[in-house]
Design a protein around this ligand. Structure first.
Ligand code: FES
Length: 66
């Protein structure tokens, strides 16, 4: 599902960027190679990023504990 219509950023993009190390909305846009246009998607991208980071964080924490 597209979260940002201006820049065609989907929830799958956000999850992939989170797995690659993006931790902020700005880093998501940077990973996509663009900047926000209208900004109406910021909250949606932040929510999706938070969900993606919650999923990826436990694995990283487990790896760090090894
Ligand atoms: S919908 Fe994302 S910048 Fe406009």
């Amino acid at each position: 599902m597209y979260l940002c219509l201006c820049r065609a950023i989907s929830d799958r993009d956000v999850a992939a960027f989170a797995r690659a190390g993006a931790c902020t909305v700005a880093e998501v846009f940077k990973a996509k190679g663009c900047k926000p246009n209208c900004g109406s998607c910021i909250g949606h991208i932040k929510g999706s990023l938070d969900e993606a980071l919650a999923v990826t964080a436990p694995a990283e924490m487990t790896a760090a504990a090894d």
